[in-house]
Design a protein around this ligand. Structure first.
Ligand SMILES: Cc1cc2nc3c(=O)[nH]c(=O)nc-3n(C[C@H](O)[C@H](O)[C@H](O)COP(=O)(O)OP(=O)(O)OC[C@H]3O[C@@H](n4cnc5c(N)ncnc54)[C@H](O)[C@@H]3O)c2cc1C
Length: 597
């Protein structure tokens, strides 16, 4: 497939739920251009040469090692892909920087250090810094000469980040902000040179600051002993009458939340990318183990129970990748649109990421849960060896777990998915009302038995359209019934978020495979068809279950019966032999000795 960035009317954030997407306009990983593939290969080579031989030394927190690896990655241009050329960056698009996050994502603790450095450690200054701050910090950060870190979390404020207690007060001579307080869980904290730190000015004005290592009154605690990502530096930061020069104020006083939340949108999508990189490596490891480990006089990969696991891992990875690059390209397109409208580069990318904040939250949840599934089944396929520190499966398992916790826990991101969608609908940014009413009308009417659509994938497209109707029906009923109380009915919100995640994924993989078939034919894409059909078949049941759990909790009588009937109708999938499909998917990977989709 050729590299192209479609610039036709791009869907707005959340609009996938109420509008159809076309395969032709959907960006897929098969469209990576030559340069993007070269950058991907550089990431793989870097991990092979510099990281994998040193995993134990990294996990032992050997002094100076992680910083030297970050610097080396910087020297090879891996930290600067999407940074503007005026600061020495490569000026590439968002898809390209997502590729870097994905492929370096297989680097265990190293990938955490790099992702934190290039993301939360550098972007706040790039997007919110003054020209002088950018000039001082960005060139050194993107070459890896300096490492960056980000201090938001405190012992008593994690998910509730704005509840921070760290204070900042302008000194009497007006030259410094005096910071007092404590931050915890700070990635790269042990070796960073530059920290973006949040504190409240005059008691309540949440504000960002740039704090340099060595600033008077700024110290760090020892390294945390963690369950996983043991090689990633994580420390507490202490501020005791810490004198931060006024020129290190980041953005405006009282506008720190803009920095904190905007950066998180990008971070969530990038976390999905990194999780995907880790998951792909784990699938390959597991396939190879299953291929060589013999029990009952045959490789365990011969057993259906193992084939199921291998195939399911691959399906989840392929689906996550489909949703990820579909969204990353939307961000690119939106950014271009905003730049063309005259927005400066920082407002353009932040605006683009904010537009797709709903999708970023869903990707964060799904990507981290795919990785957890893959590494968990990876250990299982390894049997006792999976429990041994000798095998990479155990490291992958331990390193995965954090992803459901940081960048907003998965609970918070599930809640945000629906919260942001409803707020956009109420604010007039997203028309949910019209489509929701149409679904209600459809429910009351006799099903349409008109002429069958015989175009390719008509049944799959209908299923995805119906899953969207299931979401609109369930969420519409929940909003009507629960009104303002909906915010405290978190179980309902989580159910609907799960329906949305499944449906967004289902549509993303359907569009990708449709595009592949259109380009290469059905025979060449047979296993991708298996992946897509298996995912859709399962998604229908998951949407049905989440919908039922939700609606049973707030509806009753005729209304409940009507919605349950609607759920049954909208989640009806054509029969499909998922067992045989999974066997074909697993057999192909075993033959190739790797994840190969
Ligand atoms: C290894 C590691 C590295 C980290 N790196 C950084 C970093 O570099 N910089 C930084 O600033 N922070 C960092 N963090 C902090 C991380 O972002 C927080 O741990 C995370 O946001 C969760 O906050 P918490 O730990 O206080 O959990 P809590 O907020 O106490 O949450 C505990 C549980 O309650 C749930 N919960 C909380 N509020 C709600 C709600 N309203 N509704 C429903 N459920 C809720 C959560 O989902 C979670 O399951 C890191 C953490 C770790 C462990």
């Amino acid at each position: 497939m050729s590299t192209e960035t479609a610039t036709k009317a791009v869907l707005k954030g959340g609009e996938w739920l109420v509008k159809e997407s076309s395969a032709a306009e959907t960006f897929v990983a098969e469209q990576f251009g030559e340069e993007q593939l070269m950058i991907r290969d550089m990431c793989n080579q870097f991990l092979e040469a510099e990281v994998y031989p040193n995993l134990d030394r990294i996990d032992d927190l050997e002094p100076g090692l992680m910083k030297s690896l970050v610097t080396k990655a910087g020297e090879q241009g891996l930290l600067s892909t999407s940074f503007p050329e005026e600061f020495g960056g490569l000026g590439k698009d968002f898809v390209t920087s997502t590729i870097v996050n994905e492929y370096l994502g297989a680097g265990h603790s190293f990938s955490v250090a790099v992702a934190a450095h290039t993301g939360i450690g550098t972007l706040p200054i790039l997007y919110f810094g003054t020209p002088q701050q950018k000039e001082k910090y960005i060139p050194k950060l993107i070459t890896g000469e300096w490492a960056g870190a980000y201090g938001l979390t405190e012992p008593n404020s994690g998910s509730d980040a704005l509840g921070a207690k760290t204070t900042a007060k302008l000194s009497d001579d007006g030259k410094f902000y005096i910071l007092n307080g404590q931050k915890c869980w700070i990635t790269n904290g042990g070796f960073a040179q530059v920290y973006t730190v949040f504190a409240k000015v005059d008691g309540d004005k949440f504000t960002g600051f740039i704090v340099d290592r060595g600033t008077e009154g700024f110290t760090q605690g020892p390294e945390e002993h963690k369950m996983g990502i043991k090689g990633s530096s994580t420390v507490q930061l202490y501020f005791q009458d810490c004198k931060v020069p006024v020129e290190n104020l980041l953005g405006e006083v009282g506008k720190g939340h803009k920095i904190a939340f905007n950066i998180l949108n990008i971070g969530r999508l990038k976390l999905c990318a990194a999780a995907l990189g880790g998951a792909r490596r784990s699938v390959t490891d597991t396939v190879n183990y299953a291929k060589t480990r013999e029990q009952f006089k045959q490789p365990i990969s011969n057993f259906g129970a193992i084939k199921y696991k291998l195939a399911e891992m691959a399906i989840k990875v392929f689906v996550a990748e489909s949703a990820l690059y579909r969204t990353a390209n939307w961000v690119d397109q939106k950014e271009e649109e905003l730049l063309a409208a005259g927005k400066p580069f920082n407002e353009a990318l932040l605006g683009a990421a904010e537009e797709y904040a709903i999708e970023c939250a869903m990707l964060k949840v799904y990507g981290s849960e795919v990785l957890d599934y893959v590494v968990d089944e990876g250990v299982q396929v390894h049997g006792g060896n999976g429990f041994s520190a000798e095998y990479n499966a155990s490291r992958a398992y331990r390193d995965s777990r954090i992803n459901r916790i940081y960048e907003g826990t998965n609970e918070i991101n599930r809640l945000l998915t629906l919260d942001m969608t409803l707020k956009r609908a109420m604010g007039g940014r997203l028309d949910l009302m019209g489509p929701a009413m149409a679904v209600q009308k459809e429910l009351m009417s006799i099903p349409d038995f008109g002429a069958e659509d015989e175009t390719p994938f008509a049944a799959e497209r209908k299923l995805v359209a119906n899953l969207k109707k299931a979401i609109l029906m369930t969420s519409g009923a929940a909003v009507q019934k629960l009104m303002m109380k909906i915010e405290s009915e978190q179980e309902v919100l989580m159910n609907i978020a799960d329906m949305a995640i499944e449906t967004f994924n289902a549509e993303s993989v359907l569009l990708r495979v449709t595009k592949m078939v259109e380009e290469k034919g059905a025979a060449a894409s047979a296993l991708h068809l298996d992946i897509m059909r298996t995912y859709l078949f399962d998604a229908a049941d998951k949407v049905n279950k989440a919908g039922k759990d939700s609606v049973n909790s707030f509806a009753d009588g005729d209304e409940l019966r009507m919605i349950l009937m609607g759920l049954k109708r909208f989640t009806k999938a054509e029969p499909f032999n998922v067992k045989d499909a999974r066997r074909r998917i697993a057999d192909k990977m075993v033959a190739e000795g790797k994840y190969c989709f």
